[in-house]
Every structure is written in C-alpha cells, then in structure tokens.
Design a protein around this ligand. Structure first.
Ligand code: PAF
Length: 280
C-alpha cells in the first residue's frame, strides 16, 4: 500500500491510473477502523480497479470540542488493517493540507436535511462533513464513493453535496455491520466500557422492536415509549424517530405502504451513539 500525505503527491498516482483507464473507488474514514470500514474497502476492491482510502479526523465536523479531542486514534493498527484488506493507496493529510490558509469554506445549501435529526442536535456538523468530503473528492475524483448506512443522514447529505458540486461520482452504501449481539459497529464504541457496551445493545433492540411492532396509523406513541424506555435504562436520548426512508421527513401517521427508517441517537454517559434500521 502506498501512503501519501499531500495533495501534490497523490495527484500523479491518480492521473497515471486514470490515464491507464483504471477505475477508482474511494473510502473516506476518520480512522479507528472496524469491520464496517473494511466492508467498504472490500466493496471498493470488488467494484473498482484501484482502492483509495483517506484517514483524516476532520475538525470542522465536530460541534463538540471534547468529542473531537476524545475521538479514538489507532493509526498504526489502521494502516495495518488497510494494507491487509488490499487498499492500494492511503491518503493521510494534515489539517493544513485539507484546509490551507487560503481555504474559504463554502456554504452548502442542504435545506431541511441539515435542520433535522443529527443536524438539529449537531449544528454545523453536516457543513463540516460536506467541506471535507468536497475537498477529498476534488482531489481524488473517484468513480465510486463508499459510505456506510450506519450514518444514514450523512449518506443523504453527501449525495446532495455531490449533486450541488456536479461530481460524477456514484455513491455506494453498504449495510450497517453489527456485532454478534446486534450492536452497530462504530469507532465511538471504543470509548465504551464493557458494561456500557452491554447497555448500548438497547439501541439496536429498540430499532428491532420498532421494526417488528410498527403498525399502520399513529406512530407517535411508539416513538415516545421507545425513547422513555431508553431514558429509564440510563440513556440521555436525543431522538427516537421514524421517517421516510427516501426523504427523512418525519412520519407521525404511517399509511402501511411508505418505506420507513427508524433512527435513534442517545448518550451513554459522555458517549453519543447513533443507529438506524430500515423498516421494510
Ligand atoms: O463517516 C465518517 O467517518 C466521516 O464523517 C467522513 C465521511 C469520513 C468525513 O469525515
């Protein structure tokens, strides 16, 4: 695996591959890699000739300073995992490489999508995500970009940014990878104690319960009951929501036909976790 740290050094590799008609798949990460990331690398390798990954803990997408400072960093292990997974090139930029002194951060008109759910509880987060992914796509210009469904709203935001910026990149979304007990894999799980990991299972249990028990009609009570049950177990709940899988518009009455997604965000002590599940 080739490791590059600057835009100037990655571009000649990409140009050479493109000139040789090789397709490029791109997997952006913030490191602290787990099997969810590795499934994205594996999809990129099976679809495209060259797999490019990036590892950059993007400061502009953290609305909470302590979340940024405590974000797990496992660089050597990550490099070994990417190499073993068959990634061809890892881009490991510094903050000034991504945001040079002359960088002017654009504003992305994301509309309602950044006002709801994660956008509501993490103001500015999605502008930061768009900034970094825009910079990375501008450098790499991949045919395909690989993202995990675990960050459902992020996938929709990035698709919108790609449209706004006219990139010719296909977004491929891989299903959430869960551990044997149903816990969605997340880099933030590394911050949980063993006891907290057991408690965290209630998030996916909540989503499975909604999937099995949702009925046409008013779904407000179901959301409220689920949120209350999590609070009773010691979570601080930001939301338990049921929304249109296509638009993320909140659903209060379900007609029994529309395709829905259930989403949850809650804190266990200091650690904020999110999860979601398609209800069809
Ligand atoms: O999902 C993530 O890890 C990050 O939000 C991403 C897409 C790598 C941008 O920093």
């Amino acid at each position: 695996m080739i490791l590059v740290k600057t835009e100037k050094t990655i571009i000649p590799f990409l140009q050479k591959w493109r000139k040789n008609q090789l397709s490029i798949g791109f997997v952006p990460t913030m490191g602290a890699l787990h099997n969810g990331h590795l499934s994205l690398i594996s999809s990129s390798i099976s679809d495209c000739d060259i797999c490019v990954s990036s590892l950059f803990v993007n400061p502009t997408q953290f609305n909470n300073k302590s979340d940024f400072e405590k974000y797990p960093v496992t660089l050597e292990k990550d490099i070994a995992l990417l190499e073993a997974a068959g990634c061809h090139i890892l881009f490991l930029p510094s903050v000034t490489e991504i945001y040079p002194p002359n960088y002017v951060s654009p504003h992305y008109p994301l509309g309602e999508l950044e006002m709801i759910l994660e956008g509501k509880y993490r103001p500015g987060h999605f502008q930061g995500v768009c900034q970094v992914v825009d910079r990375l796509l501008h450098i790499t210009h991949p045919q395909c970009l690989y993202l995990g469904q675990k960050d459902y709203q992020q996938c929709m935001v990035i698709k919108k940014m790609i449209e706004l910026r006219n990139y010719f990149t296909d977004v491929k979304i891989n299903p959430t990878i869960r551990d044997a007990n149903g816990l969605a894999l997340s880099s933030r799980n590394m911050r949980l104690s063993d006891e907290e990991k057991i408690l965290a299972l209630h998030l996916s249990k909540t989503l499975f319960y909604i999937k099995e028990n949702i009925e046409p009609g008013n779904v407000e009570l179901l959301k409220q009951q689920m949120a209350q049950q999590l609070e009773d177990k010691g979570f601080k709940v930001d939301y338990v929501e049921i929304a249109s899988a296509a638009t993320l518009e909140t659903v209060t009455h379900w007609n029994g036909n529309d395709k829905l997604v259930a989403l949850v965000a809650a804190y266990i002590n200091e650690v904020r976790l999110i999860d979601n599940m398609l209800l069809f």
